[in-house]
Design a protein around this ligand. Sequence first.
Ligand SMILES: [Zn+2]
Length: 172
Amino acid sequence: MFLNDIFPNKCAVCGKNINFSKLICESCEDSLFQPSFINRNNKIIYFAGLYEEPLSRLIKEFKFKQNTHFANIFAKMIYKTYKYYNIELNSFPEILYIPSIEKHLKIRGYNPVYLIAKEFSRITGFSLRKKLKIQKGYSKTQVETKSYFERINQIKNKFILKNITIKIKNIY
Ligand SMILES: [Zn+2]
């Protein structure tokens, strides 16, 4: 008798019994991965999946319900996208991540974006750098904002990279 028989581990998407080392089954993992890209202002933006069920639910559970292990699924999806499109990077790529505001970090206890970046760094060996800092004036969590426009406005020009303000013109 295996541990799996006593305490079955279930796929977080379809509920099928899976091995203990897994979070979701292989077929659900395959179905989440829906790579695409768009070209905006001569910059290519890649997507690893579609923000709809079941991916949207997994993201919400990851962000708001302490399901931090899901970072592995998302990092793997980003890695698969990187491989799928054969994305060319410079010889020493660095992974940057958007920091959490202090208040939010205290409430939630973790920065979801950091967890994904850390896992992506582990898979690829790319350096993870904490180079982005938050400017004053970004104090509300994105969830606390009242409208889409308030969300957009509150993060505009609020991140600093080595004393250079990053102009966020388009947010996706
Ligand atoms: Zn499944």
